[in-house]
Design a protein around this ligand. Structure first.
Ligand code: COA
Length: 139
């Protein structure tokens, strides 16, 4: 299986949303939907990489580095392509790009079920965890 990692393109959007849905990671379309993906593509602080096999996207990773902290906040591999090293290769690629941009560390937003994947990639638990608030005009 020949896999390539490249930058996100707008034409990836439908495939990537399908992957998120298959992995039950599409709970917040305002955060992860097509319009958000286009905004991320235009954001200089963001890193969006896609893995493809035979020119078909099979996984992707999204991260951001703001000059202080780097955060990987989305990683999703198509179920048919999991356990073939693609998630691992995407993490290596995004870490290399964040390091190239000057990030001294990288954190990740993860799920309990995938902890051992992240530990194998050299991440360790911290006491911090994620909270979320939906923003309205009154905030
Ligand atoms: C978790 C996920 C990103 C891993 O990507 P992947 O391409 O399947 O993983 P890899 O083949 O690169 O696996 C690397 C190692 O992690 C292990 N691993 C893979 N998926 C794992 C999981 N869900 N939990 C724990 N370990 C996992 C592999 O067995 C492998 O171990 P090894 O090096 O000892 O053989 C992918 O399975 C996925 O997208 N899952 C659904 C969505 C998800 O959970 N995303 C992460 C949320 S934070």
């Amino acid at each position: 299986m020949e896999m390539q990692i490249r930058r996100f393109k707008e034409s990836d959007i439908d495939c990537l949303i399908k992957i998120l849905k298959l992995n039950d990671q599409y709970k917040y379309p305002t955060i992860d939907g097509p319009r958000a993906m286009r905004r991320v593509a235009n954001c200089e602080s963001a890193v969006s990489l896609v893995a493809e096999v035979e020119e078909q996207p099979c996984g992707f990773v999204r991260a951001v580095y703001d000059g202080s902290r780097a955060l990987i906040h989305l990683l999703s591999i198509h179920p048919d392509y999991q356990n073939r090293g693609i998630g691992s290769a995407l993490i290596d690629a995004v870490c290399a790009e964040l390091f190239r941009r000057g990030a001294p560390t990288v954190s990740a937003t993860i799920t309990e079920q995938s902890v051992s994947f992240w530990e194998k990639k050299g991440f360790r638990r911290t006491p911090a965890f994620l909270v979320l608030k939906e923003l309205r005009k009154t905030c």
